[in-house]
Ligand binder design. Structure first.
Ligand SMILES: [Fe+2]
Length: 287
């Protein structure tokens, strides 16, 4: 079977056919898919009947497992998390703000795999915003202004005891197992404009929710700049809105995209299984 990668009519994303994931990937197939992943940022694999073992094996074709510090894995697995919401649930939608996964880590994960198990008939799409395109199209003055500036990332607003998920009693209304900790207050600097570790292309690496400021910049000025950037980064022309199906696997590149979950499926169950792919080991700093 020959792998068929067809680009979507969107700023990022491609549909991949001609591969049966549960049969395992050859080295050659993994190489082809990695190149397609870097080119298209989001790969969509429809009609893949897969177990958690298959999902883990697939992820390991692209790197080690990444860390998932604030979501408890599912029973019996160390590296598979459930993105889960029940029909009657009233808690806020998980990951509804634009972000890149765990950007507050020293070395954030290179990618994320998400497999659709229970998909509601309406809503629940995942949106992706191409940050290489957002940087490329950025007005020159803003490009020059943000180049070389360091953003301060932290998980505090979400996962510290004072964060959104730290609200006492809120865990009772949520089916996802979120791990709140003091460690979430840690900060980590990353350049606002980062070179992709694998292809060297520049992209904006900024997500409003996980950034608390810009190194050396007064708070108000930093907030205004981050807001202006955020509006630019999430313009419709950079966005692909992904519609899920059951048995569909999606893998995306966290280094070149922002993504967010969408609501609109109240009254329906939704369940996806997720793994993260660690950044490649290299002697170069991962800014
Ligand atoms: Fe995410």
């Amino acid at each position: 079977m020959k792998i068929d990668v067809k680009a979507l009519e969107a700023p990022c994303g491609a549909i991949v056919k001609g591969v049966e994931i549960k049969a395992g990937l050859s080295d050659r197939q993994a190489k082809t898919l990695r190149q397609a992943w870097l080119k298209h940022h989001v790969l969509v694999f429809p009609e893949q009947k897969m177990s958690d073992d298959d999902l883990e094996k697939f992820s390991l074709c692209f790197g080690e497992f990444g860390k998932d510090p604030y979501i408890e894995p599912i029973a019996g697995r160390k590296h598979v998390c459930a993105i889960k919401r029940l029909a009657e649930e009233k808690s806020p939608i998980f990951a509804e703000s634009w972000h890149t996964d765990w950007s507050f880590l020293e070395v954030p994960p290179a990618g994320t795999c998400l497999y659709g198990k229970t998909i509601p008939p309406i809503g629940g799409e995942t949106s992706f915003a191409n940050q290489h395109a957002a940087y490329r199209e950025l007005p020159k003055t803003l490009k020059t202004y943000i180049d070389g500036k360091w953003a301060i990332h932290s998980a505090a607003a979400g996962y510290s005891p004072e964060g959104i998920f730290g609200v006492k009693g809120s865990e009772k209304d949520r089916s996802m197992k979120i791990l709140v900790s003091e460690g979430a207050r840690k900060t980590q600097k990353h350049l606002l404009v980062r070179k992709h570790p694998e292809n060297g292309r520049k992209g904006i690496f900024s997500c409003f929710g996980y950034i608390t400021g810009i190194d050396g910049m007064p708070e108000d000025e930093a907030k205004d700049l981050l807001l202006e950037l955020y509006r630019w980064q999430t313009k419709a022309e950079f966005i692909y809105q992904h519609v899920w199906e059951e048995d569909m696997l999606v893998m995306w590149d966290n280094r070149s995209l922002l993504h967010r979950a969408n609501a609109g499926y109240e009254g329906f169950d939704r369940l996806l299984h997720r793994t993260t792919i660690a950044e490649l080991q290299t002697n170069e700093p991962h800014y």
